[in-house]
Design a protein around this ligand. Structure first.
Ligand code: AGP
Length: 608
């Protein structure tokens, strides 16, 4: 997804802008550009492909400039090209703009501009916005941006500079995040804190409908209607070291192997093993509403949706509360039947997924209590939910979600236990689950030690283009997650489904040597899974199994077995997903794929 960086201060802007773009690379992009204001002019440099291509171009340009904006573009309107790359210029190059989001009425605006004699040279909606600001400019950039945005329908996070006002950057947001890093005599503007943390830990989160004007010695924020807004300064929770590779080859590997620590951080201070209680301060004020809920609706996309599916089993099994899981993209348009007994739980690592945010807003508009399970502190979903629980698993840079998923499962398990204790879960039952949950970080540390064996297993099937992932009960969503991991980073086609569903069609796919991954841990449906394994074996499928340590039956019938320690069934997904993360990772590396920046993918899908 696109990234924005802006700088105004006393240092050379270009190196800061480029370094900031590199911190945002993980979001996914196909071109990049920089605009600086110097000697009464706006200088724009753009390049297709990696940021190193932009750097090579910039090296040919003068370096003296202390105000600038920059952008990594993930193409929506108009293909990846230098001409379509941001920043876009207007007013004969006197104004430059970078933009995240989608201007939905850009065609009507372009027609209006053409009537004023202004023509666009690209296919982008962003260029139209740049020209609209240029059209509104009458010597005051802030006012020009304000007037232009009043005509806009859609979403935006923008930064604008002007040659005639060389000592300011104007920013505005509606539906696409913008954060202001507050330095000493300097400000860094960015789409997310990863591009700011090396300069300052003091940040201000712009809210939807707000604008900011940054100069070297101050910034002021207003609404789009020029009403002053006082903003709190927050502290970034993570360190620079947490967003660096720290010796790993890829962020995905780092984040898989740091799950013992990230899970420990998620659980810290929240498990009272002695009393068999859970402490979740973020939703304490809504404990009564939750206890009175008649049903829970999880809403999310992608991996977070898989976490919601596990949550569905957890809430029904432990809290004895009806639960369902909805794709946010469907929920938001389906005019959902939300009565006042429903509590909505929006799950999102980034806290910026457009569909999940829209589903949250739809549910709130219908009067439901909406809780967020989010990783990114201060993100839009976190701020717009009525309350929530942060993952505290640290920034997740790899596009394929790994540690955020296991932390989502840990939070959902804690919420289910806490709610269960207000309903029918006994103290003993809660104590058992909480004690087991407290051991998960050390158990995950055992599981990741199998990385080499998993790689060896993957090597034997690396040429296969179609896989199946099968599981039952709590491990059915894990089968879906394993398939998604493999698909999105190795580009191998994979399908996950309930193991029993295979007989209703997909078994026709089974061919000699086809890899079929079973999550076959001990549990209520273990014998059924054994039967499904035999059905696949008898048709030549190659069995790869995730099994409970010591299970000799699985060891006899599967070609490769990845072991997980025994744990109560509701907590098994926290362990069984880890071998599947490693399996996908090694497959991607063996196939030479770009593990952290898979093709076509973005870390946070902030557009529909
Ligand atoms: C996960 O590996 C994917 N990158 C993707 O499905 C992701 O989980 C989904 O886009 C939701 O993102 P969110 O958790 O930030 O809302």
């Amino acid at each position: 997804m696109c990234g924005i960086v802006g700088y105004i201060g006393h240092k050379q802007a270009k190196p800061i802008l480029v370094e900031g773009l590199k911190r945002l690379e993980y979001r996914g992009y196909d071109s990049a550009g920089v605009a600086v204001v110097r000697s009464g002019r706006v200088e724009i440099t753009r390049a297709v492909g990696r940021i190193t291509n932009l750097e090579a171009r910039l090296a040919q340009t003068p370096q003296e400039a202390t105000v600038g904006i920059a952008h990594t573009r993930w193409a929506t309107h108009g293909g990846p090209s230098e001409n379509n790359a941001h920043p876009h210029a207007a007013l004969a190059g006197r104004i430059a703009l970078v933009h995240n989001g989608i201007i939905e009425n850009y065609r009507a605006l372009a027609t209006f501009l053409e009537r004023q004699g202004v023509t666009c040279s690209t296919e982008t909606d962003t260029e139209v916005l740049a020209h609209l600001i240029g059209h509104c400019y009458q010597g005051n950039l802030e006012q020009a941006v304000r007037n232009a945005l009043h005509e806009v329908q859609g979403t935006y996070g923008i930064a604008v500079v002007c040659a005639d006002e060389p000592d300011c950057i104007v920013a505005a947001r509606k539906g696409s995040p913008l954060i202001i890093g507050v330095g000493d005599g300097e400000y860094v503007l960015a789409s997310d804190a990863s591009a700011i943390v090396q300069h300052t830990a003091q940040v201000v989160y712009l809210a939807d409908g707000e604008m900011a004007v940054l100069t070297r010695d101050r910034f002021h924020t207003t609404t789009l209607d020029a009403v002053p807004v006082t903003k709190d300064v927050h502290e970034i929770e993570f360190s620079l070291e947490e967003i660096e590779l720290s010796g790993h080859e890829h962020f995905m590997a780092k984040e898989i192997f740091e799950q013992p620590q990230s899970l420990a951080n998620t659980l810290r201070g929240r498990l009272n093993t002695r009393e068999g209680a859970i402490v979740l301060g973020g939703i304490a004020g809504h404990a009564r509403d939750l206890a009175r809920a008649q049903r829970i609706i999880f809403t999310a996309q992608g991996t977070a949706w898989h976490a919601g599916l596990v949550g569905e089993y957890l809430f029904e099994d432990i809290a004895k509360l009806p639960a369902e899981t909805e794709y946010a993209s469907e929920f938001r348009y389906r005019n959902p039947l939300i009565d006042n007994g429903a509590v909505i739980i929006a799950i999102s690592q980034s806290g910026e997924t457009a569909d999940t945010l829209a589903a949250l807003r739809e549910a709130k508009m219908k009067g439901a209590l909406v809780l967020g399970v989010v990783n990114a502190v201060g993100s839009t979903i976190a701020r717009e939910a009525d309350a929530g629980v942060y993952l505290h698993c640290g920034p997740e840079i790899g596009v394929a979600s790994t540690k955020a998923f296991t932390s989502q499962l840990a939070v959902l398990a804690m919420m289910a236990i806490q709610l269960g204790r207000r309903r029918f879960l006994s103290q003993d039952e809660a104590h058992q689950l909480i004690t087991a949950l407290s051991r998960v970080p050390e158990l995950v540390d055992q599981v990741v030690q199998q990385s080499h064996e998993i790689r060896t297993a993957v090597e034997t099937v690396i040429d296969r283009e179609n896989w199946l992932f099968l599981g039952r009960g709590y491990n059915y969503p894990v089968a879906l997650e394993g398939a998604l991991k493999l698909k999105e980073i190795s580009y191998i086609h994979a399908e996950g489904m309930p193991a029993a569903e295979m007989k209703h069609g997909p078994i026709a796919l089974i061919s000699e040597g086809m890899p079929v991954v079973f999550i076959a841990t001990r549990g209520r449906q273990y014998d059924k899974v054994l039967g499904n394994i035999e059905e696949v074996r008898s048709r030549g499928g190659k069995i790869i199994a995730v099994a409970t340590e010591g299970d000799q039956e699985i060891n006899r019938i599967a070609e490769h077995v990845f072991w997980v320690p025994d744990i109560p069934e509701p907590l098994q997904p926290l362990l069984t997903v880890v071998p599947l993360q490693l399996l996908a990772y090694h497959a991607a590396v063996l196939r030479g794929c770009n593990v952290d920046k898979p093709r076509n993918l973005a870390k946070s899908v902030t557009v529909e």
